[in-house]
Write a protein that binds this ligand. Structure first.
Ligand code: NAG
Ligand code: NAG
Length: 535
């Protein structure tokens, strides 16, 4: 019967919807202007050169002017030796048209520097040493080699993909008679559309990128968070999309995919039989990373090796591409996996020890409908002799999705409910999301409007997704928001109530581009959302 078939079809359709994300709602590299631009950089033709006269060797660093000889733009380059067997390579613009963003929160304080000695300096290169680590900087074109115990373990710009798009004003489109026509720019360089969303890009193109090669490496790992296998796979135009790092709320994400999901940790560890080395790409903007592993599908070169009897060494290459910010690369010199991971932790800190109770059994559902429901669930655990230590409440405990409040009908006695739990040594966890319901009379929304706490549109008005969003880049917002997490502000709670901080890394905006905030939104300090999204 037709209606039954239709019903079945609908059912299949809805089950399908529920089981897989629609990939088309998220960008591929081809649909992202800066990814296209940086992926299109031709290898082995680098235009970046160090100005020899500007080179200075200091106690802990080498500094020099770097020049894009094609665009005539000037940059400041530094290579610093850090404590714990780490090098740091930084490149920023000299006198940029707009300030370039440096992440503020990823590092666990300013890293400690280490002593650097110059071993050799000539017209082509400078070689420096720190402990048993060495670095050789080549000037024309720029290339940096890193050695552990005199073994070459990593090369920056070995393939010549280094790119730093300096801020500039848009060239007029009409070319007058006799004038030289400029090379065609990528159509999305100055503004870009995706689905129904427009990115106005008032500051224009500003991407940065470079390639890092790991000679001798068999495999590379890292770049969380992706629902993919552990060892990074080879990506290439026409093949697998680059690993994308852009914090997104991708409900029911696909597996075996390099598409972006919730978190972004731009660190890669490369292993050879003898050595592990890591790189941490310290950038908070959207980032894509191409991986090229010589072990993957390189049938031709294996054949050549077989026929010629020669053996080319394995290697892995990572090509980092970010939409804005500066180049700030930490090279974690290993030599063992645990050393490289320790070096990363030295830079970024370690996770705090969890409280003892967090290791116990927790019970959570979206949603427990009211306080009786909570009681019944706990009693059922008890009567079935199953242990449960912590109950969790999702969003419906609130008064109409207003955080720091309780539903006045369904959760009428939060204090009694909480006492019921804690009397038996249990605890309660309640969710708090950082988006704020725009409802007049809601204290948090009123405070945010009155004190200018929200993230702005590019014209300075308050940004409205389905909600508005506190701007945590503003120190006074952080102070205010911290103050809400107290038992006298969040009435009904006690010291046995803990917070499910659903910060989710990304701002989740159901009606925004790719379910997040538009990139031309503005944060405190004038930073675009583009600059800080992954932070
Ligand atoms: C991958 O690396 C090989 C050398 O190992 C090179 O020939 C090839 O062009 C690279 N592929 C891409 C897409 O860069
Ligand atoms: C607290 O526990 C008592 C005894 O089990 C129960 O009758 C009561 O409904 C509970 N109150 C709340 C608010 O959960």
């Amino acid at each position: 019967m037709a209606w039954m078939r239709m019903f079945t079809l609908l059912l299949v359709y809805f089950i399908g919807l529920a089981l897989a994300v629609d990939k088309n709602n998220f960008k591929s590299c081809d649909q992202s202007s800066f990814c296209r631009r940086l992926r299109g950089v031709k290898p082995d033709d680098s235009k970046y050169e160090i100005d020899l006269d500007s080179l200075q060797a200091l106690d802990n660093a080498v500094e020099a002017k770097l020049i894009n000889t094609e665009a005539g733009a000037e940059f400041k380059l530094s290579l610093t030796a850090l404590a714990g067997n780490i090098f740091r390579l930084q490149v920023d613009e000299v006198n940029p048209l707009h300030p370039r963003y440096r992440p503020q929160y990823a590092l666990n304080g300013e890293p400690q520097v280490a002593k650097l000695e110059v071993l050799d300096r000539n017209k082509e290169s400078i070689v420096v040493q720190s402990g048993d680590n060495k670095a050789a900087i080549y000037f024309k074109p720029l290339k940096v080699e890193f050695f552990k115990n005199d073994v070459l373990v990593s090369v920056v710009n070995g393939r010549g993909l280094f790119t730093f798009e300096h801020y500039r004003t848009k060239a007029p489109e009409n070319v007058g008679e006799g004038e030289v026509e400029q090379p065609k720019e990528d159509p999305g360089a100055w503004e870009e559309n995706f689905k129904a969303h427009h990115d106005s890009k008032p500051r224009g193109p500003s991407a940065v990128g470079l390639d890092v090669t790991f000679p001798g490496a068999l495999r590379a790992y890292g770049l969380p968070e992706h629902a993919d296998r552990l060892a990074l796979r080879t990506t290439a135009p026409g093949g697998l999309d680059p690993y994308r790092l852009y914090n997104l709320d991708v409900f029911e994400y696909e597996v075996d995919s390099t598409m972006a999901i919730y978190g972004a940790v731009p660190v890669v560890y490369a292993h050879s039989l003898k050595h592990t080395v890591g790189v941490f790409w310290h950038n908070a903007a959207e980032t894509w990373v191409d991986i090229n592993n010589s072990k993957d599908g390189n049938v031709m070169s294996s054949l050549v090796n077989l026929v010629s009897g020669t053996k080319t060494e394995n290697s892995v290459e990572a090509h980092f591409m970010s939409e804005s910010g500066i180049i700030d690369l930490f090279v974690l010199m290993g030599p063992k996996p645990k050393d490289a991971v320790k070096q990363y932790a030295l830079l970024t800190g370690v996770a705090p020890l969890p409280q003892y109770f967090t290791l116990a059994y927790h019970q959570c559902r979206w949603n427990y409908v009211d306080e009786d429901d909570v009681t019944t669930v706990v009693e059922s655990f008890d009567s079935n002799d199953l242990p449960v230590d912590v109950m969790w409440l999702d969003i419906e405990y609130t008064d109409g999705k207003k955080y720091f409040t309780w539903d006045p009908l369904k959760f009428r006695h939060p204090d009694v409910m909480i006492n019921n739990l804690t009397a038996t040594g249990r605890k309660l966890v309640v969710i708090i999301d950082p988006h704020i319901k725009r409802e007049s009379g809601y204290f948090l929304h009123e405070d945010a409007l009155a004190n200018d706490y929200y993230v702005k549109n590019k014209d300075g008005s308050v940004y409205e997704g389905a909600s508005s969003y506190l701007d945590f880049y503003d120190p006074k917002v952080v102070d205010y928001y911290k103050g809400l997490y107290s038992t006298d502000k969040f009435k009904g709670t006690s010291n046995d109530v803990f917070i499910w901080g659903e910060e989710r890394q990304e701002p989740s905006v159901f009606n925004g581009p790719e379910v997040t905030m538009p990139k031309d939104c503005l944060h405190y300090g004038g930073w675009e959302h583009r600059d800080v999204h992954n932070e």
